[in-house]
Design a binder for this molecule. Sequence first.
Ligand code: NAD
Length: 242
Amino acid sequence: MKGLSTSRVFITGAASGIGRATAQRFYNEGSNLVLVDMPTEEESELKAMFPERMTYLQADVTTKVGLDKIQEQVNLGLDVFINNAGITRDATVHKMTDDQWDQVIAVNLTAIFKLSRMAAIKMKEQKSGVILNAASVVAHYGNFGQTNYTATKAGVIAMTKTMAKELGKDGVRVNAIAPGFIGTPMVRKMPEKVLEMMEGKAPLRRLGEPEDIAAAYAFLASEDASFITGTCLNVDGGVVLG
Ligand SMILES: NC(=O)c1ccc[n+]([C@@H]2O[C@H](COP(=O)([O-])OP(=O)(O)OC[C@H]3O[C@@H](n4cnc5c(N)ncnc54)[C@H](O)[C@@H]3O)[C@@H](O)[C@H]2O)c1
């Protein structure tokens, strides 16, 4: 895609699922990757998958130490920052603990704010850059057991619009993607009945693949999307249409 080759692309939560597929997609496009994730056994696998044009940062995006490591790399310049890392800690509202609330807010919302701020400062200086944020279709219609998660994803969409308004004059675009039900390893482990229900909700009658989301990130990062900012692109097989 136009403008991705040789671009310097940061992806958080890159060791698994959508993040990993996105890393693969940008690598195939010729980008230079800075991949961020928690300490994980997947690190050596990623190093084998991306033998060149890749820097791996073991960093927890909720800690100062983690953010400092990322800052060092951001100081060297960047073209695209993808805030993909996200977690769930599900419970119905009357059973949800403060910890479950705080953990999800820390990863899915506060870290995205801090990393977007970090990227925005450098991108404003450069007068160019793209920030992409992971939302979710559940931001649009709520989801049982996910008061914390849905609040963060709706927050991400609102932050994306505000940052797009503020940064547009400096040549910086900010967009979000709202994936539907994506067949990441975590989702594929769910009972057959739940998977069938998820497929049935989508007019396209299938789960999405991590590669479907990766393709959308690549498009929004590319010059083909140079007039798109402040949007949240649903990549969900039509689930949100109801
Ligand atoms: N899979 C889906 O169906 C789906 C649907 C809608 C939205 N999303 C969103 O897409 C994103 C990726 O989802 P996924 O299914 O690929 O998830 P995943 O669990 O497979 O991967 C998330 C990655 O983020 C990393 N991570 C978690 N906390 C971190 C932290 N504090 N610091 C650094 N890394 C951290 C994890 O180690 C993991 O590698 C998430 O933001 C998720 O909310 C996923």
